[in-house]
Structures are given as structure tokens and as C-alpha cells.
Design a protein around this ligand. Structure first.
Ligand SMILES: NC(=O)c1ccc[n+]([C@@H]2O[C@H](COP(=O)([O-])OP(=O)(O)OC[C@H]3O[C@@H](n4cnc5c(N)ncnc54)[C@H](OP(=O)(O)O)[C@@H]3O)[C@@H](O)[C@H]2O)c1
Length: 244
């Protein structure tokens, strides 16, 4: 039984990989940058004396996803925990001007996430107790002019995860949706925010604990559950006049 972390160069993913390794799990870390993924796996082996291996994973390389999962299991045995931590925010303005930019955001955050989740579900559905964790965003809870391309892809992924959770429930497989607010990573570098930015270490701790408790939907930091509930409750007639 092993843990697969996709998008392993994310600071949140690195921390989470370390938590699973510390608990003694064999871990497979995958990222677009195979050399960096190999360094992350080597670090896990040294620090935690566990089996850790690595590979290349590109969310947009849909056709390769089933073979990728086959390769992970050939290397480290059956996957029982899979964490989809990859994502790309892109630039809203660029996405408005050039559909290729929008397509990249949609393909990474939604189409790619669905493609790899389905390849995983085909195997996990035979393994009661298995877990799939998808990292999405509070940006997916309501469309806003400043980031609706990324937001809609993340929102669609959250809806997809809800359906997958419903599908896999009877097989004893859990699907956890993680809706993140601001976290201090490359994605938020240089961003000015009205609300505090969470530390990836603290995010990984919350995520790991929630995953072990088989939480359905985790908002983190937790205050975002209330913030988004207020934002969702604003009538559209008023909301469309706001510059958010
Ligand atoms: N930071 C926040 O405030 C925030 C808020 C809400 C949700 N999230 C979500 O949290 C997750 C982790 O993001 P992060 O904040 O840690 O940002 P990050 O440091 O930019 O990490 C994003 C990860 O996604 C990977 N990625 C991008 N495009 C990919 C592709 N085509 N195929 C495979 N991997 C790809 C990146 O790999 P490379 O190293 O190759 O670029 C990187 O590992 C993402 O799903 C993000 O959307 C973050």
C-alpha cells in the first residue's frame, strides 16, 4: 500500500509527502520536473528511512495517465492514498485575451484532474479504505471577474469530486475535497491580500489530520468556510456590481 503525491513540487505537497513518510508510508512523488521529484524522494528516504520513489507527471498529458498509474503501482505497489496537489492559476487577463492561456488553466485544474482521477478511481474502487484527496480553491465557490477562468476550473473540479465521492462511497473509498484560501506558495507570491496567508506546514498538518478523519470537505484556513458562505449569499443583482 502506498501514497501517491501529484504536483510534488508544491510546498503543500512536499510537506504532506513528509507527513506520510514520517508515518512510515511508502511514497511516490510525481511532478513535471522529474529531477526535482527525484530530489524530493531522496530527501524523504534520508529523513524518514522509508521507500520513496519519483516520476514525471504532467496533468495535461491525458493519454499517458493510465500508463502512469500502472507505472507507479509497478514501482511501489497498490496505491491506497492519492493526493492531487497540482494546479495553475494562470493570469485572468491573458486568459481573456488568448484562449490558449485559458485552455492551459482549464486543462491543468479540471480536465487533467478528471483524467487522472478516473484512472485512479478504476483501481481505488477495488480497495476499501482507499482515499483520494483533491486540492481545489475557494475561488471555485463563486465566479468573480478577477479570476473566473481559474475559479470555474477549480469549481468544476470540486463538483466532480463531490460526484466521485458519491460514486465511490459504496466501495468504501473516500474522496476528500480541500478548498484552500490563501497559502504562502509561488501561487500567491507578491499578492496583496486582505485576509491572512496560511503557512504550507500548517496547511499540510490540517490536511493530513482531516484526511485521516475522512472529512468530506475541508476549508483551510477554516475561516474561509464562513467567508465563502457570506460571499455565496450575496444576491446576484448586487454581486455583479461589485469589483471582486
Ligand atoms: N497557494 C494558494 O493560495 C492556493 C489557494 C487555493 C488553492 N491552491 C491550490 O493548491 C494546490 C497547490 O498549489 P500551491 O499553492 O502549492 O502552488 P505551487 O507552488 O504553484 O504548486 C503548484 C503545483 O502544480 C504543479 N503543476 C502546474 N502545472 C502542472 C501540470 N501541467 N502538470 C502537473 N503539475 C503541474 C506545479 O508544478 P511545477 O513545479 O512543474 O510548476 C506545482 O507542483 C494547487 O492545486 C492550487 O491550485 C493554492
Amino acid at each position: 500500500m502506498s501514497v501517491l503525491i501529484l504536483g510534488a513540487t508544491s510546498p503543500i505537497a512536499r510537506q504532506l509527502a513528509a507527513r506520510y513518510a514520517e508515518a512510515g508510508w511508502p511514497v511516490y512523488v510525481a511532478a513535471r520536473d522529474g529531477e526535482e521529484a527525484a530530489r524530493i524522494a531522496a530527501d524523504l528516504r534520508v529523513r524518514f528511512d522509508v521507500e520513496a520513489t519519483s516520476g514525471v507527471f504532467d496533468a495535461r498529458d491525458f493519454d499517458h495517465h493510465p500508463a502512469f498509474i500502472e507505472g507507479v503501482e509497478a514501482a511501489l505497489g497498490p496505491i491506497s492514498v492519492a493526493v492531487l496537489a497540482f494546479g495553475a492559476m494562470g493570469e485572468q487577463e491573458a486568459s481573456q485575451e488568448d484562449f490558449e492561456a485559458a485552455r492551459a488553466v482549464i486543462e491543468v485544474n479540471y480536465a487533467g484532474a478528471v483524467s487522472i482521477s478516473e484512472a485512479l478511481a478504476a483501481r481505488l474502487s477495488q480497495r476499501p479504505g482507499a482515499l483520494l484527496v483533491g486540492l481545489t480553491s475557494v475561488a471555485g465557490d463563486r465566479g468573480r471577474q478577477s479570476n473566473y477562468i481559474y475559479g470555474s476550473a477549480k469549481g468544476a473540479f470540486a463538483l466532480y469530486l463531490q460526484g466521485l465521492r458519491n460514486r465511490l462511497f459504496r466501495q468504501g473509498v473516500h474522496v476528500m475535497t480541500v478548498k484552500l484560501g490563501f497559502v504562502d506558495t509561488r501561487m500567491t507570491f507578491g499578492m496583496e491580500t486582505a485576509l491572512p496567508i496560511a503557512d504550507p506546514v500548517e496547511v499540510s498538518r490540517a490536511l493530513y489530520e482531516a484526511a485521516n478523519r475522512r472529512v468530506d470537505t475541508l476549508y483551510y484556513p477554516p475561516l474561509w468556510r464562513g467567508v465563502m458562505s457570506i460571499i455565496r449569499s450575496i444576491p446576484e443583482a448586487a454581486f455583479k456590481r461589485l469589483s471582486l
